[in-house]
Ligand binder design. Structure first.
Ligand SMILES: Cc1cc2nc3c(=O)[nH]c(=O)nc-3n(C[C@H](O)[C@H](O)[C@H](O)COP(=O)(O)OP(=O)(O)OC[C@H]3O[C@@H](n4cnc5c(N)ncnc54)[C@H](O)[C@@H]3O)c2cc1C
Length: 376
């Protein structure tokens, strides 16, 4: 297939990375997003080496490293502060990139938007894909939410886990609850605080796990993994986050005390989806969290989305038969993503049932990440 003109639906990590990768291959790219303006909202992320490798390929690695805080591992503790172990994170992007960085999601998003604009991607906000029709001549016609109709060589659906287009493509898998909920906050840290995860000593009705990741010299992103329901106990959000952390000590005392009414906090249920059947209907192809999303227990969500986007552009921007190109793309993607899904869902199960006799989260995390060191 020779792709000259594509529509990308969704401007998250997947859509923007695909947009840049296609534009770098001289494809005329239009990207739409339902938001009416890019908002500087969102918390922190752990970005692993294999995601950094994609950032390097699309030419934004210097900007990404400039806004991120490099880390090479994470310290595991019990809630009372007892040291369990320090896990070195495998360098999934190769020896010349950090194992991981912590960064603020809006910083990374701004870098990708700027790069897409630099390559001439036309970004139209406040637009959705209302409908589409595959044409006999091998093109696809979109109908957008403003009623406009336009014809493309390809439409990429990068709408995220709540994708309304996914069922229209014929995909039957849908998002489902993982059984977990998460509170997230961005707050301050001291220079000695380099990232940790802590587990409760007993199931006390509070958090399953509390962790933090540095995202700048004096800030960090804190997360509290918990039950999926927001308890109706009359507490304000910041008070509820502090309640869930009240039995976590050591550096978590500092973090808990730093959360107050001015902290930007968010609670959500964590859902998951994994589509291991074809992701396309004719010339309309879903990528990223529209087809695979997992609880962030090995922090590979964004990395797998970025790998999708770059490899997809590499496969289909060249001349060739689209069905064959997609078959080759799936053969590379599905086993790799399945490894991440299986490990993440197993870890989620152990979060929900901490006494499970076979529970060995350190080994599962280590093995899952080690399997990603090989290039995708
Ligand atoms: C609690 C939590 C913590 C996480 N932590 C990490 C982490 O530490 N490290 C990591 O690598 N990953 C993490 N992830 C996963 C990561 O956030 C996702 O994998 C990634 O953001 C998905 O990118 P995406 O572009 O596919 O989807 P999204 O980021 O959801 O982007 C979809 C875009 O499409 C737009 N859109 C949606 N519907 C439409 C429509 N109908 N029409 C037009 N536009 C539309 C949206 O406005 C949005 O801009 C985490 C996820 C969660 C839930």
């Amino acid at each position: 297939m020779s792709v000259r003109k594509i529509l990308i639906v969704g401007g998250g990590f997947t859509g923007l990375t695909a947009a840049i990768a296609f534009a770098q291959r001289d494809v005329d790219v239009t990207l739409i997003d339902k938001v009416s303006a890019w908002a500087r909202v969102g918390h922190g992320l752990t970005i692993q080496g294999n995601a950094l490798r994609v950032f390097r390929e699309i030419g934004v690695i210097d900007q990404v490293l400039a806004v991120g805080q490099p880390e090479n591992g994470v310290t595991l503790r019990l809630a009372d502060g007892t040291l369990l172990e320090h896990l070195e994170t495998p360098r999934t992007g190769g020896e010349d990139l950090p194992a991981t960085i912590g960064a603020l999601r809006p910083d990374l998003h701004e870098i990708l938007v700027a790069k897409a604009e630099e390559y001439g991607v036309e970004i139209r906000l406040g637009q959705e894909l209302a409908d589409y029709a595959n044409n006999e001549d091998g093109t696809v016609t979109s109908e957008l939410s403003d009623g406009s109709r336009e014809t493309w060589d390809l439409v990429v659906v990068a709408e995220g886990i709540k994708s309304p287009t996914r069922p229209k493509i014929g995909i039957v898998e849908n998002r489902a609850p993982s059984g977990l909920g998460i509170w997230r906050a961005v707050t301050t840290r001291t220079p000695e605080m380099t990232g940790a995860l802590a587990f409760p000593v007993a199931d006390d009705g509070g958090a399953f796990k509390v962790g933090y990741t540095p995202v700048s010299a004096d800030q960090c992103y804190v997360y509290v993994l918990c039950r999926p329901e927001r308890v109706d106990n009359g507490l304000e959000d910041w008070q509820e986050a502090r309640r869930l952390m009240e039995n976590f000590h050591g550096e978590f005392d500092y973090l808990r005390e730093s959360i107050d009414e001015s902290t930007f906090l968010n609670f959500q249920q964590i859902e998951w989806v994994f589509v291991d059947s074809p992701w396309h209907d004719g010339r309309v192809v879903a990528l990223g969290e529209a087809v695979h999303a997992v609880p962030p227990l090995i922090a590979q969500g964004a990395a797998q989305c970025l790998e999708d986007a770059l490899l997809f552009a590499e496969h289909v921007a060249a001349d060739g038969d689209l069905e064959e190109q997609l078959a080759a793309f799936y053969a590379r993607r599905i086993p790799r993503i399945k490894g991440v899904v299986d490990a993440s869902m197993r870890l989620a199960e152990w979060e929900l049932h901490p006494g499970a006799p076979d529970a060995d989260p350190g080994r599962v995390m280590g093995e899952a990440l080690a399997a990603l060191v090989a290039a995708p």
